[in-house]
Design a protein around this ligand. Structure first.
Ligand code: PEP
Length: 246
């Protein structure tokens, strides 16, 4: 049975001491949920310490497509791998919009991850205007097509998709179960077009203001294989509470 993925995206939050407190709390609660894979996506400066604790899957929130070079402030896949980081987020809307990452740059990151056999979560999702004018599905298809073109079936095990409608991220406004079901079913169909039957094995996560009151209904939607959690992941109890609905 495929494990349900519950992934924390801390964004630019928590100091080293706060991160350690979070881990202590996480470990002391000991959720004992064998069907859930817990992951933590943290800012680069925290990654070494987090990996060393060996408590859960640790991922990076960002990566540069080059292996090395004159890219001040960036981090490469070989560097992440060298300290035991297990995966990376690619194409989060905050990277696309606030840091002006183009579809081409995101594609370069996807290709670099594939070349290094480094697992990644490719994020997609529409803004409010696109949702309101009813073109969200074609928008998402374009993002997926651009990110996934040229990938082969042997890359499938590296790939996770996160659907994160931008209007739901950090706003407290969650997509309805009908909206989640529509998009997740659509994404699954696109993955099947790309990869044939093996597209069924790619996890599709939902992200956008998931909290303890809406988690159970969202996680029960068809084709939802987990959640990418921002605000509600900053406190270990709140994060783990989401798993109680699984
Ligand atoms: C996110 O940024 O990935 C996210 C889902 O944030 P939030 O849960 O705070 O909406």
């Amino acid at each position: 049975m495929r494990k349900f993925i519950l992934a924390a995206n801390w964004k630019m939050n928590l100091t080293a001491a706060e991160a350690q407190d979070w881990l202590n709390h996480f470990t002391s609660i000991n959720p004992n949920k064998n069907h859930v894979e817990f992951r933590l996506y943290a800012t680069s400066v925290l990654l070494s310490d987090l990996v060393r604790t060996n408590v859960l899957h640790i991922g990076s929130q960002n990566v540069h497509p080059s292996d090395s070079g004159a890219y001040t402030g960036e981090v490469s896949i070989p560097q992440l791998k060298s300290i035991g980081v297990q995966s990376v987020l690619i194409g989060h809307s905050e990277r696309r919009n606030d840091f002006h990452e183009s579809a081409n740059f995101i594609k370069e990151k996807v290709d670099a991850s594939c070349n290094h056999s480094f697992p990644f979560i490719l994020c997609c999702g529409e803004d409010l205007k696109t949702r309101e004018n009813g073109t969200h599905l074609s928008f998402i298809r374009t993002q997926l097509t651009s990110g996934l073109s040229g990938l082969e079936n042997n890359h499938v095990p590296l790939l996770t998709i996160a659907y994160e409608p931008i209007w739901a991220i950090g706003t407290g406004q969650t997509a309805t179960t009908a909206e989640v079901t529509e998009v997740h079913t659509f994404i699954r169909a696109v993955l099947l077009e790309f990869f044939g039957e093996s597209g069924t094995s790619i996890p599709i996560l939902y992200g956008g203001s998931v909290n303890s009151s809406n988690a159970a209904s969202i996680f029960a939607c068809p084709q939802v294989n987990g959640g990418l959690i921002g605000g509600a992941s900053l406190n270990a109890s709140n994060f783990l509470e989401l798993a109680s609905s699984l």
